[in-house]
Design a protein. Sequence first.
Length: 425
Amino acid sequence: MPSSDTSNFLVSEAHLVLDEARKNKAERTKYIGEPINLQGKALDLIVHEGFAWIAENTTVARKLDLETGKILQTFKGHTAPVTTLAFCDKNPGTGDQKILITGSWDKTIKLWDTEVTDPLISENVGQAGSDIHDQNRNLISSTDAHEDFVKALYVFPTLRLLISGSSDKIVRFWDLSNPLEGKPLRSLGSISSHTRPIECLQGKIRPDGLAVLYTADTMGMIKVWELSRNSDPDSRWSAALRQELNYHRTRINDMCYGSGQLWTASTDETVQVNLDPDVQTESKVKPPLPIVHPKQVRCILPIGLTDIGEPYLITGSDDMIRVYDLSTFDEPEMIREVDAHWHDVLTLRLWIRKSIGDDGIARIEPWIVSSSLDGTIRKWRLIELITPPPKAEPVKKAPVPPPEPQGFQMTEEEEQELADLMDED
């Protein structure tokens, strides 16, 4: 029987050095960013209704209070790490966003009622034949969605359509018109043209009502699709390939769309932006050149695509958070680098923090929330991130006076010898 003890495994010297550096940094950074220590690692994170909703590698999803770090809800039912999250309407068309959708390495997609807060745990949980619905009363449905890990989810709310992407290289469409039905989601179509695992999904609705879907894979390929469906409610969705974007050399780790801009972060150590030809922009606007990082870029947060709307880009590369000023859009300038975590930064999200100060005045302030493989969530005041650190003034040193000239000095014996020589003359 193989042992779980890995202490005798061969480890390269480079890994030993890296582990030691991380241990030292963990001690050095353990209090910065108001850290919330998790039971696992947050592989995905959404800030929704002021709370953090996390997909954990511990097979659960959780709802956390960002102020206190307290776990408010735990969603149990997956049998492998939870990798991705999304929300949809409990009552379609209302915008209530009360249903949590999770995807997992167990190849399933699950829907949860977030308004059910008291889990009902049966006495036979974990025993053979036990019903998964007994494990958590807020579980609505479970769908065997893919042949491999579910890696990405995206919802078109107005279309009542869920998109999923998987390591099986397939993109699938699912019906959300009756999410409380309690049955596995109805399949409404698929895309099978990618040759590598799907990593990221994004979408938009054009002014003419047509849906556009962006799919990105581990080879760095981004495909742009137009989705269509006839008026028959039982009909399936079809996807027409509109464009292929292949400017990344390898895996797309994160993708954001908004305001006619498609931002992507890649393992090729760059962040890139593609301007949407459907959106009218000033003819002088040019996309920036690839924003090069020293290591792979795991996540991005273009602040200009959020409700804040300021021209800044925040990136997570290795264990660092970097901030770029996009005031001159085609010439990004890095203005700050934060030693944020002691392991890779995985997600960056905007949090509108509402608080009441000691003076009793209510304050609303934008913060950034980051999650990492170091097992923490950390919080950063946006105004501090986008404010460049003060330049260190050169230390003024008092001029050193030149040394006083030292006259030649003879010893007593040398003086006597010189006197004797002069007497001989």
